[in-house]
Design a protein around this ligand. Sequence first.
Ligand code: ADP
Ligand code: MG
Length: 366
Amino acid sequence: RGEHEKVRFNGANTELRDSSIKVNVLMATIMPVMMLVMNFSMIAILYFGGMRIDSGNMNIGALIAFIQYAMQIMFSLIMVSMIFVMIPRASASAERINEVLDMQPDLSNPEQPRGMKSMQGMIEFDNVTFRYPGAENPALSDISFTARSGETTAIIGGTGSGKSTLLSLIPRFYDVTEGSVRVNGTDVRELRQEDLRAKIGFVPQKAVLFTGTITENIRHGKDDATMDEVVHAARTAQAENFITEMKEGYDSLIAQGGNNVSGGQKQRLSIARALVRRPEVYIFDDSFSALDFKTDAKLRAALKSETTEAAVLIVAQRVSTVMDADRILVMDEGRIVGSGTHKELLEHNEVYREIVSSQLTEEEIA
Ligand code: ADP
Ligand code: MG
């Protein structure tokens, strides 16, 4: 896009240069003219004033006072002309600021929000079709499934098959086009966003950390978490080892965007941040991709005992990550093309078999 951006940048700069030149040429003529007018009026005042003083009709003091008044008036006139320069700028800025302030969020809380039933985490998708605003084809078509508490539901599928899109409908980052998404039996559109999101621990595909200590980053999940809770979450997320190896342990500083830790460490910290909330619904969007197989397995084993009463949704590219899930949904081009356990899918599902055979050796499959 280099050439295209150059042309665009050039266009904007040429426009700015032309209008700057126009304005400055104008100013360059107006300023001397004003000075000329001012100084000629000064000469006139001194000339006529001098004659009156000469004839004894006026004091020098009165002439000086007159000059002062005249100066003040003329300076005010210059100021007024300055204001005319500033008004168009100010109004253009004000317009833009108001545009931002008047922006209405696409999603709003319902007028009469429903209370959340305190049934343990359950997610239902009911014939959900979803289209991104302005997109031609739906990113998700006709998705129906239920994820119950105490169960792990895994989603596997190629890149662009709509896995992340599906997950983003649960915390209501977008509204469905058709069908409905229910959490604990209530449609997400009937809940307050705060209530809904408090139930969910979401680990996004791209792990995001903030400037601050490790403890602070984990506490983003739960402001009032005790140190014990923070350590427990870190231990479950298999982050404890590398944290204690750092010089200042839990007080070590994380740089902006987490640039001073590796991809796998970032993922584990953002997992710890979700775990510390102890939510009813856990959502992991490809959150184990940067972990080695051993850490991945250990983390999922530790997770199992933590999430006995919650619904867990795991998106993954690796078959080994989803293999022991209670149910696996296979996605392809925005549709669910298969669902079942690893064994069942291996027998009956062509797409799943392809994914498996591309990743595991013959012996591993057997
Ligand atoms: P996956 O997570 O399975 O790799 P995604 O859910 O990210 O896939 O993407 C599914 C489809 O939706 C892709 O075709 C992608 O181009 C499209 N898509 C993803 N995010 C957006 C967005 N914010 N706006 C428009 N289209 C999007
Ligand atoms: Mg994704």
